[in-house]
Design a protein around this ligand. Structure first.
Ligand code: HEC
Length: 168
């Protein structure tokens, strides 16, 4: 390599290193990472564990995002469960899970096979555990507006605007 070429090679290596440094050393990335987890719950570890087992056994993640995850091979346009405790309390959730026809409570615009199934057959204890746990699922403030919008669009199929009526 001639001196000129060497200089270019060194400059290239340096700029790659600088870009990498900017990318990994950037303080804003830390804030962004924190913003990736907008969900909170004050459930006790026992409750979270017990409810978590039921959610897994019943494959709620085939349709719903819970803690930001769902089964990857599924594409049911169900609303995310994260943050559901912001607008549903334990009594509502227990009632909903106990309903023979959940669509009588929350109407659906989806094909029957994608709709919320009835969990009326679960034991009272299981339904109570789920309702109690789901009611603890909240979202951080900055995310609430975004979640409200997404849920509205999932449930109605319409764009959310400032004039949109909130859905019960
Ligand atoms: C087959 C897909 C499917 C499965 C499985 C499923 N859900 Fe749903 N769920 C839905 C859909 C779709 C809705 C929206 C209402 C509708 O279209 O029936 C919904 C609505 C809900 C709601 C109300 C959300 C809101 O915005 O008020 C809750 C709570 C809920 N589901 C919890 C659960 C839990 C807990 C499980 C597991 C025990 C579960 N779901 C399993 C599809 C599903």
């Amino acid at each position: 390599m001639r001196t000129g070429e060497k200089g270019i090679a060194v400059a290239m290596i340096l700029s790659v290193a600088i870009i990498a440094g900017l990318k990994f050393g950037n303080k804003e990335d830390v804030a962004e990472e924190e913003m990736d987890i907008p969900f909170v719950s004050n459930a006790s570890p026992e409750l979270a564990n017990k409810a978590g087992n039921i959610l897994r056994t019943l494959h709620c993640r085939e349709c719903h995002f819970i803690w930001g995850t769902r089964d990857l091979n599924q594409a049911v346009p169900a609303p995310a469960i994260d943050g559901v405790g912001e607008f549903r309390d334990e009594a509502w959730l227990f009632n909903y899970l106990s309903s023979e026809v959940p669509q009588d409570i929350l109407p659906s615009r989806l094909k029957p096979k994608y709709r919320m199934p009835s969990y009326a057959h679960l034991s009272v204890d299981e339904r109570q555990t789920l309702a109690k746990y789901l009611a603890t699922l909240k979202v951080k403030d900055w995310y609430l507006q975004d979640a409200t919008k997404k849920r509205y669009e999932k449930l109605t199929g319409n764009d959310y605007t400032d004039d949109s009526e909130p859905i019960p």
